[in-house]
Structures are given as C-alpha cells and as structure tokens.
Design a protein around this ligand. Structure first.
Ligand SMILES: [Zn+2]
Length: 132
C-alpha cells in the first residue's frame, strides 16, 4: 500500500462508519435486504456517502427483487466510473463514484427499458436527499 492510499484510508476511516468504510473504501458488499434504501420509495437524489456528489435519481429506482437499491440509469455520465471486475471468478462491471472513487456496487445488463441496465448499489454508499 502506498503512502497516499494509506493516508486516504485514514481520512475515510474517521469520516465513515465501519460498515460504510468496508463497503465504499474496501469494496465490500452489504447483505441483501439489509440496507436502509433497499425498499425506499422516497423521492429525491441519492448522493455519494463519502463526498456528497449526486449519483442517482429516485425516478430511475425500481424494485429488482435483488435486495439492493437498483437503478436503471445514473444521474449523469459524469457521476460514476465503470471498471471491469474479474474478482470472485466472475466478470462484472464495478461502479465507483467519479469524484472520490468510492465503491458503489455493480452494473448488470438485465435491467428494465429504456436502458436495459441494472445498477445494483449498496445502501451504505448512498445518502438520499429528499426533494422538497
Ligand atoms: Zn464520492
């Protein structure tokens, strides 16, 4: 681990809860049906828990039955970065926050139209700001 990464992790360890830290900074996954936004139907914008960048709109959230918050689109192409992830003997596409590199979840190609995409995101990576 480089000094830079070490410094970053220390910074985030102070700012985040242990669960948020293990998911966002160590690429963990929360157990399905446990996250606070899994069944959330409130209207608003989901922001990055780490840096506050806006990531997803509740208008694109849908019930995928997976147990994780699922979206069929991102708020903006500038919100997230996608990386091919071949860990756990699977080929998946990881989604991270473009602003701070927080691990958010994965995107799969079995979502509803019009995109056909399913952004499967950890609740712990998100902070919903309700629309007033
Ligand atoms: Zn972020």
């Amino acid at each position: 681990m480089s000094d830079k990464e070490h410094g970053n992790n220390e910074h985030w360890q102070h700012k985040l809860t242990p669960e948020q830290f293990s998911i966002c900074r160590m690429k963990g996954t929360e157990p399905p049906f446990t996250g606070k936004y899994a069944d959330c139907k409130k209207d608003g914008i989901y922001h990055c828990i780490c840096c506050g960048a806006p990531l997803f709109d509740s208008a694109t959230k849908y019930d995928s039955g997976s147990g994780w918050p699922s979206f069929w689109d991102v708020l903006s192409e500038d919100s997230v970065t996608q990386h091919v992830d071949t860990s756990h003997a699977m080929r998946r596409v990881e989604v991270t926050c473009k602003s701070c590199d927080a691990h958010l979840g994965h995107v799969f190609e079995d979502g509803p139209q019009p995109t056909g995409l399913r952004y499967c995101i950890n609740s712990a990576s998100l902070d919903l700001k309700e629309r007033s």
